[in-house]
Design a protein around this ligand. Structure first.
Ligand SMILES: Nc1ncnc2c1ncn2[C@@H]1O[C@H](COP(=O)(O)OP(=O)(O)OP(=O)(O)O)[C@@H](O)[C@H]1O
Ligand SMILES: [Mg+2]
Length: 457
């Protein structure tokens, strides 16, 4: 059995056909006519996924969604919407739906979404324990994201946590490297051991050596007593070595020895100290490239790169942005002790299209800012920092900032460009779709399909 699915739709034809086809695919399927019926049912029986129509008699889909979350946080909800109501689908996503399909849809489309939902559920339920650990020990409460890239990362965390392998996490600033390193540690059998962090950025050889390996009394001027290094402190646990590319080349041999032999001497000491530490490293740079340039030892690189995790920048997984916005609004409104404000569609659109050089950290800061500057109506474009408002590209301009790029996501870029063309036509034609299609020289159905695909309503 692939998973337990509950279909809620008042249309009989829909129920019958989904039940038949999903069963054939190996899902366990039950169907209900109304939200009320379904709510009663899930109080007694667990489902992995609920596929619900957005428009239901009695309780509508959004209300239903909230009620489901009240009964079972773990149940994933996929919403079915009618053509032309994508906007309400977005509302549903904001309220915690996992995904949506637009009617009419093919069963294959739904099956792909169901499988994605089940994979996500599997990955997250394994790390629910880990999340509460992190919250307790580490001050982080969640790894948010349902993009394919994030799901792969969650999956890798799950697979490797209990192995002893060294991990190399690569990603731009603010992408969540430290968060993920913590997740690996707190989900491993070392969870009760220490999690020790050190950034190698801009530390000279002497300081770094003494930080990592400790020193004996009198080893150098100022060493007035023996001090344990981070490796010794991490014994029995994990060590997170950030900006590992910045380790001076002459120190790299010593690190290599720790990795190979699990032993070292303190600076100025003779006693060989053995340790049991798992090493998790992070870098913002392309280490393989540094190896080529002779700035990083090849043998060390291979030792570190046993398991490599690449965290894509936020602008390459924009589908995670709404969930993150929601998460940070919740986090900061609790923090500021205000009730959770609404956020306007325009503000979300802008946040989704901004190019986030500072990644999740920058998004988090922007949401915090927006909360402080929200009005009685909640968060809208005016609540966002000025540089974001200025980013809102004027119609007619290509909304891409290629200045600091050496690589782009082609499909993303094209989608951005199409969006700006359609918005331009929208303005020109005062929203009249027949006229818009004329201006753009494409059939109206093509225009409509594009708008749906690009989430333009
Ligand atoms: N997937 C995510 N879900 C929720 N919060 C996230 C996620 N990724 C990052 N964050 C948050 O963004 C902020 C930055 O993350 P983190 O410090 O882990 O990034 P980093 O890659 O280590 O950054 P740097 O390279 O600058 O050290 C943190 O507050 C973190 O909790
Ligand atoms: Mg970091």
């Amino acid at each position: 059995m692939k998973g337990r699915v509950l279909v809620v739709d008042d249309e009989k034809l829909m129920r019958v056909s989904l039940e038949k086809q999903l069963k054939k695919e190996g899902f366990f399927v039950r169907c209900m006519k109304t939200a009320g019926e379904a709510l009663n049912h899930i109080k007694n029986e667990d489902y992995d996924v609920i596929v619900s129509d957005l428009r239901l008699p009695g309780l509508d889909g959004i209300e239903f969604l909230k009620e489901i979350k009240g009964v079972s946080q773990k149940t994933i909800v996929i919403i079915m919407t009618a053509y032309g109501t994508v906007e309400s689908a977005v509302t549903a996503m904001r309220e915690g739906a996992f995904d949506y399909v637009c009617k009419p849809f093919s069963t294959d489309e739904l099956i792909i979404k169901l499988e994605r939902a089940l994979n996500y559920k599997k990955a997250t339920s394994e790390i629910i324990r880990l999340r509460s650990e992190i919250q307790e020990h580490y001050g982080h409460d969640n790894i948010i994201g349902t993009s394919e890239a994030m799901m792969k990362i969650l999956d890798t965390i799950k697979t490797i946590s209990d192995r002893e392998t060294t991990v190399l996490i690569q990603g731009e600033s603010g992408t969540g490297k430290e968060l993920i390193a913590g997740a690996i540690h707190y989900n491993s059998s070392r969870e009760n051991g220490p999690f020790i962090k050190l950034s190698c950025a801009a530390l000279n050889k002497e300081i770094l050596e003494s930080e990592l390996f400790g020193h004996e009394k009198g080893a150098f001027t100022g060493a007035i007593k023996t001090r344990k290094g981070r490796f010794e402190l991490a014994d029995g646990g994990s060590m997170f070595l950030d900006d590992v590319d910045d380790i001076p080349i002459e120190m790299q041999v010593k690190l290599l020895r720790v990795l190979q032999e699990r032993e070292f001497e303190r600076v100025g000491g003779e006693e060989t100290i053995s340790i049991d530490v798992r090493l998790i490293c992070a870098t913002k740079k392309d280490l393989a490239n540094l190896v080529k340039q002779g700035k990083f030892r090849e043998d060390l690189y291979y030792r570190l790169n046993v398991v490599a995790m690449k965290i894509p920048p936020l602008r390459e997984r924009r589908e995670d942005i709404p969930l993150m916005i929601n998460y940070f609004i919740k986090k900061y409104s609790e923090h500021l002790r205000v009730s959770k404000p609404d956020i306007s569609q325009e503000a979300i659109d802008l946040l989704m299209k901004y190019n986030w050089q500072g990644n999740v950290r920058e998004l988090e800061n922007v949401v915090e800012h927006a909360l402080v500057f929200s009005s009685a109506n909640g968060i809208d474009v005016q609540s966002l920092p000025e540089h974001l408002r200025r980013f809102e590209s004027k119609p007619g301009e290509i909304p891409l900032d290629l200045k600091d790029k050496d690589k782009i996501d082609y499909q993303d870029a094209i989608a951005e460009f199409e969006k700006s063309l359609i918005k331009w036509a929208h303005k020109r034609a005062n929203g009249n779709q027949v006229h818009m299609a004329e201006i753009l020289g494409i059939p109206r159905t093509t225009l409509r399909n594009k708008m749906l695909k690009l989430n333009l309503s």
